[in-house]
Design a protein around this ligand. Structure first.
Ligand code: MRU
Length: 347
């Protein structure tokens, strides 16, 4: 596998194949998803995950939905669209991709069904390619922020696995490392589903970037002892004022960074910005099964009926964010203005 050109999903003519991230790092199993239910299930189970990858998977889900559901073409599109829209609530890239898919599909209505189907698959393919190009662009902007030999800390997994390729925050770190600006990476394990321990380490191993895995709870001690120079994380949805929702535990890291005067950056494509959310209070936060907290890979770590709460994301207030790294450059506060200008430039 070429780590640099790796993508966790690929379209193979009648199906989308998805690298099952629930099985990493133990086995590399590709799921053959030839109907919309399989794509939706893969998103819900986190076989494919990370905001940009969810958007691209949903695009391919619409395409396979046209051949795998009942009714006329418009009914099949609607069934697929609604099923995919229900999968995960926080990553706005999902709604962003589904809305764009609908626009592309409807734009060809007068030219007939074949044109509508062809336009949808051409768009999904383009979306996948564009996501990689966007990530490479944002990584270049982000890398310029780093000093020589920085020790950087990251949370969750934001690498190629979380996108169509290259990654967002981890893509920034990869590019900065290639330029000699990173000496090592602190990888938060990221309880409860361990995206850092299972996935970020898997990617860093392949990229041959030095790292050390840490329990989430040791980030504060590392910062206090002067062993963290910079923090970069991803986002699932950024509100118009710059508040950013990301994997649960990100807010804790941001508060600690503020306490220790360490720059805390969010890296995300502009498709992760939701101008309809005025602030973080408008971002829906996914709540997942209590068993994900009570168990680790099916093994109980708490009484089977222990009441638990499993918020999948938290919101970091904009005032804790030193900059938002996008394909349009590194945006600075006041974010309401800089995000609006970047979005206007992108359309
Ligand atoms: O629940 P997940 O694994 O989908 O959460 C992923 C994250 O929180 C990522 O940081 C975010 O989606 C950005 S991925 C480039």
């Amino acid at each position: 596998m070429n780590a640099e050109n790796f993508s966790p999903l690929r379209y193979v003519g009648d199906a989308v194949e998805i690298l099952d991230q629930t099985q990493l790092p133990r086995t590399e199993t590709w799921l053959h998803c030839d109907d919309v239910e399989k794509v939706a299930g893969a998103i819900e189970r986190l076989s494919v995950r990370g905001a940009p990858a969810i958007g691209v998977a949903a695009a391919w889900g619409l395409v396979v939905g046209l051949t795998s559901t009942e009714g006329n073409l418009s009914d099949r599109f609607e069934t697929a669209w609604k099923r995919l829209a229900r999968t995960r609530p926080t990553a706005v890239n999902l709604a962003w991709a589904l809305d764009r898919g609908r626009t592309v599909f409807e734009a060809k209505r007068e030219q007939g069904e074949r044109a509508m189907i062809d336009a949808l698959s051409a768009w999904a393919e383009q979306l996948q390619r564009d996501d990689v190009a966007t990530n490479i662009a944002l990584a270049r902007h982000g890398a310029e922020l780093f000093g020589p030999e920085d020790r950087v800390l990251t949370h969750c997994n934001t690498g190629a696995l979380a996108t169509a390729g290259h990654g967002t925050a981890l893509g920034v770190i990869t590019t900065a490392w290639q330029q000699g600006r990173v000496s090592s990476v602190w990888v938060d394990e990221t309880r409860p589903l361990l995206q850092g321990a299972r996935l970020t380490t898997w990617e860093l191993d392949r990229l041959e970037i030095p790292y050390r895995l840490i329990p989430d709870s040791s980030a504060g001690a590392l910062m206090a002892s002067g062993r963290v120079d910079r923090i970069v994380v991803g986002a699932d949805r950024i509100a118009a004022n710059g508040d950013a929702a990301n994997k649960i535990g990100t807010y804790t890291v941001a508060v600690l960074a503020h306490r220790h005067n360490i720059p805390f950056y969010v890296a995300a494509p502009l498709s992760t910005v939701d101008p309809m959310a005025a602030s973080g209070a408008d971002i829906p936060i996914e709540e997942r099964s209590e068993d994900e907290v009570r168990q680790v890979f099916g093994t109980a770590v708490a009484p089977a009926d222990a009441p638990a709460l499993n918020l999948a994301f938290d919101v970091t207030p904009h005032e804790l964010i030193a900059g938002i790294i996008t394909e349009a450059g590194v945006l600075r506060a006041p974010y309401r203005e800089s995000l609006a200008a970047a979005l206007a430039g992108a359309t």
